[in-house]
Design a protein around this ligand. Structure first.
Ligand code: FE
Length: 338
């Protein structure tokens, strides 16, 4: 026992993570390859070591809750404003004072109390069959409930936060009743019961199972540039359409992060957040995952540029997506969108 303790002490003195001079602990719901290179750059520039824990958003949220004030996490990073809202409501985050963050991240892309900030944007777009649909036939999300699309739409399940946030935006812009009519109309127009992820919807349009699908923009970008030939072929059979360009703009969501309520390395966490909205990190996000930068003036990837950029983005406050999430989930349930 004594030997074991001595060994642990010796290892710690040799510079185990627990004793590193400067560090920050990150819980991330983004895949490691979408974040690690950025963290390494941050460490190289600042000398601050980043300890990364990757997991599913729901699991990390639960872990933060269970760990409470004993959590090692300083920073929580995830996708979708709906989830960031949940973290805030659960009291897991704290306000951050940073002129860099409030200057770079537009007000509608951060929490009103500055408890979380967008790091990248994505659009939830329509993809359509180049063979069976003309772009002139498309217009708005609202139009997806029209009878002309009967049996032609593929879209994933309502358990997915992306669809919950899209429906939440319709609740925010119209009303609960109007959003419910819309959701019922889309269910009536589905080519098949919802199944699969966003990529699977693109493939279903490519194989002719449906004519249009609703997907997050970066999935199309990643399929177009995929090393997998079947993904490239599927992507080549569809084209992107940005809905609601004639009115409020296309639905936007974010990846984002916030400092945990019980962070012990709060300054380092703020520095990492500020690094993530800097030119280098913003460019990297845009290029590696075909997302949209939150920082003005940063270029998008060539693939994303070819879709048409800039486009009109819905300026809805991201907090609204969280506020109306519960209503959206109930609507999906009532209309049988499984
Ligand atoms: Fe995604």
């Amino acid at each position: 026992m004594k030997t074991a303790l001595a060994l642990i002490t010796a290892l710690s003195l040799l510079g185990g993570p627990a004793l590193a001079a400067e560090q920050v602990n990150l819980y991330s719901a983004r895949k490691e390859n979408l974040i690690r290179p950025l963290l390494d750059r941050f460490s190289a520039e600042t000398g601050i070591e980043v300890n990364l824990v990757t997991g599913k958003a729901s699991a990390l949220l639960k872990r933060l809750q269970v760990e409470g004030r004993n959590t090692p996490a300083d920073l929580f990073l995830t996708v979708d404003a709906g989830r960031l809202h949940v973290a805030k409501q659960a009291g897991l985050l704290q306000p951050v004072k940073s002129r860099i963050l409030t200057e770079v991240v537009p007000a509608h892309l951060r929490d009103r109390d500055n408890q979380w900030f967008a790091l990248s944007k994505r659009a939830r777009i329509i993809v359509y069959s180049r063979e069976r649909v003309r772009p002139e036939e498309l217009s708005t999300y609202e139009d997806l409930a029209a009878p002309k699309w009967k049996g032609r739409i593929c879209i994933r399940s309502s358990g997915n936060i992306y669809n919950q946030s899209l429906l939440a935006s319709l609740v925010a812009h119209h009303s609960e009743a109007a959003a419910e009519r819309w959701a019922a109309g889309v269910v009536a127009n589905m080519a098949r019961p919802p199944r699969g992820n966003d990529r699977a919807q693109v493939k279903a349009v490519a194989t002719g199972e449906c004519d249009i699908a609703v997907v997050n923009s970066y999935y199309l970008g990643n399929m177009q540039s995929s090393s997998d030939r079947s993904e490239r072929d599927a992507a080549a059979k569809v084209a992107p359409f940005f809905p609601n360009q004639g009115d409020r703009g296309t639905h936007i969501n974010i990846s984002g992060a916030g400092i945990t309520r019980h962070a012990t390395n709060r300054d380092n966490a703020r520095k990492l957040l500020e690094f993530m909205v800097g030119d280098e990190a913003q460019k990297w996000y845009a290029e590696s995952n075909h997302e949209y930068p939150v920082k003005a003036g940063v270029e998008v990837s060539p693939i994303v540029r070819a879709w048409g950029y800039p486009f009109k983005e819905d300026q809805l406050d991201m907090g609204q997506l969280g506020i109306h999430n519960v209503t959206a989930v109930k609507i999906f349930d009532r209309v049988g969108w499984r």
